[in-house]
Structures are given as C-alpha cells and as structure tokens.
Design a protein. Structure first.
Length: 395
C-alpha cells in the first residue's frame, strides 16, 4: 500500500496509486517491449547507473561504487552524468566509463546523439537511483529496452521495476544508493558514505600551482564557498563578512574565497569590501584538482553544494549550512568530518528562507569554524595520501 506521507502533492499520490492499480498491465507491457527476460544480478554483464546529475548528487553515490563492483565483479558499470559532474568521476577505477550525455544542470535530459551512444552499449541492467521522482530514471532504460531495472517503488510504478529496493524512511541521500547496492549484491550496508575522488598527477600539479600562486602554507588555511547552484537561498553576504572578520580576529587563519569561474566577479568584489586579507580562486582548477587543494586546507566553510561534498572526499573538516528546502535528514551530516550549523527547520519556502538563515549568527559560525579547525581532519584523505606527490596513487 502506497502511503500519502511519501508525497508532497496530492496529484502525485493519486498518480502513484493509479500506477499500482495497473501494475500487472505495466509489467506485461514492459516485458514485451524490452524483449529480453529478466535475469538475476549475478548474470548481469553491463550496467547503467542513473540518477540526479549535479555534482553533489553524483558524489553521494561514489561512496558505494567500490561495493557495487566488489559485489558484482562480472558486471561493468557505466555512469550517466553531465559534463561538469563527469569531472569528479574521471579516473574512478570502479567504473568502465562515464557518459557525459546530459546537459549541465538538466537532470536526465539526454543530449543530441546520447540515445544512440547508450543504445550501442546494450545494457543488461539499469540502476535507477533516484528515490523521489524516479519515473525520470525509469523512462531511460525503458526507451533503451533494458530488461532489468533496479529501483524504488514506494511511490508506485512497481510494474516497471524488475528488482525493487526497499524504502523504509527518510535517510541521508548517500544512504539510498548504499541501500540499493546492498540489496542487489547481498552485502550488509555498513561501508562508509564518504565520497571518493581519484585525482591524477596533472590534477595535483594544478592544485599545487594555485596554492603557490596564492602564497599559502605559512599559516592554516580556510576555504570559503558562498554560492550554490541549488534552488535555495544562501547565507547573506553580510553574515559571511562578519563571520570571516571574527575568524581572522580570533586566529591566524588565512582566508581563501573559492568558487567556479562564474563566481569570480562576485568573490573579487566581496574580497575588496571585506576589510581583511582574503585570496580568491574561482575557476582556476578542475574539480579533482579542487579536491587536492582542499586536502591542504585546515577547514572548509560551505553552502550545501558541490564543494561541500568535494571537501568531504578530501577528508577536511567542513562547516556547512544545508539546503532549507529539503528534508534535514536527507541533506544533513553524512560524514564524520562535517558540522551542520543550520537552523532546526526543513522544507522552508524560498520566500521565508532568509529569515531562518539569519538565525545562524556570524559569531556562532565563527566558533564552529575555529572548533573544527582545531580538531584537524578525521582521517586520511580519501582521494590521495599526498595531494602534491605525483607517485601517490590510490589503492
């Protein structure tokens, strides 16, 4: 029985119920359309991983790719991504290939020529990893006539999912894919949720050049990210300014304002008005090099965006303010190096978010940053043992 609690909007609930009423028909039609029999996981040889294509969402899933490959060693895995999120998957030894066939920022819309490229690979299975609007995932393997489709069914459409994954309650986003991998491989879902990034020697050298150009290293470094591509408000600039001034007043930390190339003008203007020394790096490195750069930092302050998850992969202490539009358990802490200083609210409408964000005082944020910086990293970096050393490759 589908629960109304799984849906935000009544019409989506009614659509889910309707899909279960016609589930036998959907199952028969999908089987006829795909034309190949359903098979058990141990017989799969080529799989497609589908889900949200934004950088953070992809990094959530990287924590379980090693377990997926270990559990089904005879199957090669291909990951559908956008060009920007494909950067963090490059060099991942647990993937046969990365398919950057989705336009940036447009989850699972296939770019020109993408359908033919995927069709030539002849997938045995598709992992539909999105636990929310998973109909968007399912339409792709159906169009490609993939016979095995693993996915969630708590919102309906069980008739087109051949290998259902149990969903019991809201969890951190990274746990949903871990549950899926555990279900199809028969492993216990106990491995860490820390994202994995695998930089190469060029990435390390790029990070080193930026670090040296900014003349860093004499004192502890704090990397600060102020923007997000998510549909939510961020902490106001005046709060950032007060927090950074407080941190510099109470410590010897050097501040680096970081972001993408589109943030450069905003960060440069902010730095000029800040009243304290602050370096700026924006679009100077690819995302894997950014991971190497953050490994050298003492602490990261971030919005709930891609850099937060890159910093988690680097193993550096992270202080963040999460996306207030989402459920707090889904976008809250999922790695031991993180500190969430968000107000205790969730699913806040955009128009009301700034008032709640201002409940996070600059003084409290500064205390959290200094406390995290004092603790140091929680363990060795996940991406590499030495971000500058070209011969240190991940095992």
């Amino acid at each position: 029985m589908i629960s109304r609690a799984h849906f935000r909007k009544p019409h989506n609930y009614l659509a889910g119920v309707a899909s279960e009423v016609v589930a036998p028909l959907l199952r028969a039609c999908a089987g006829w359309w795909c034309g190949r029999p359903i098979s058990p996981p141990e017989e799969w040889r080529r799989g497609l991983i589908l889900g949200h294509t934004k950088i953070g969402d992809v990094l959530y899933r990287t924590a379980s790719l090693e377990a997926l490959r270990r559990g089904l060693p005879a199957c090669e895995w291909h990951y559908l991504a956008a060009p920007d999120s494909a950067e963090v998957l490059a060099g991942n030894p647990h993937l046969a290939s990365v398919l950057p066939l989705c336009p940036p920022g447009e989850s699972l819309r296939i770019a020109k020529g993408g359908w033919a490229a995927m069709g030539r690979l002849g997938f045995d299975v598709a992992l539909c990893t999105n636990p929310e609007s998973y109909w968007m995932d399912l339409r792709i393997p159906l169009r490609l006539r993939v016979p095995n489709r693993a996915g969630f069914v708590h919102r309906g459409l069980s008739g087109v999912v051949t290998h259902p994954v149990p969903w019991t309650r809201p969890k951190p986003w990274a746990e949903y894919f871990r549950d899926m991998v555990a279900t199809i491989t028969g492993q216990a879902p106990v491995w860490p949720l820390t994202p994995q990034i695998f930089p190469n020697s060029d990435d390390r050298e790029s990070a080193r050049r930026v670090w040296d150009k900014l003349e860093l290293g004499r004192r502890p470094v704090m990397a600060c990210f102020m923007s997000t591509r998510q549909p939510s408000r961020v902490w106001p600039p005046d709060c950032y300014a007060q927090m950074l001034r407080q941190v510099c007043q109470d410590s010897q930390i050097e501040v680096v304002l970081a972001g993408g190339s589109s943030d450069r003008q905003m960060l440069a203007s902010f730095a000029r008005d800040l009243g304290i020394a602050a370096r700026v790096t924006a679009g100077d490195m690819n995302l894997r090099a950014m991971c190497c750069f953050l490994e050298k930092c003492s602490v990261v302050f971030a919005t709930d965006s891609g850099p937060r998850h890159i910093a988690n992969a680097a193993g550096v202490p992270v202080v963040f303010i999460r996306n207030l539009y989402c459920a707090k358990i889904e976008t809250g802490v999922y790695c031991p190096n993180e500190i969430d200083i968000s107000p205790d609210v969730e699913r806040v409408a955009m128009a009301k978010q700034e008032a709640f964000l201002r409940q996070v005082t600059p003084e409290a944020a500064a205390r959290a940053v200094l406390s995290a910086q004092g603790k140091g990293r929680s363990g060795p970096p996940r991406s590499t043992l030495d971000p500058w050393h070209p011969n240190t490759e991940p095992g």
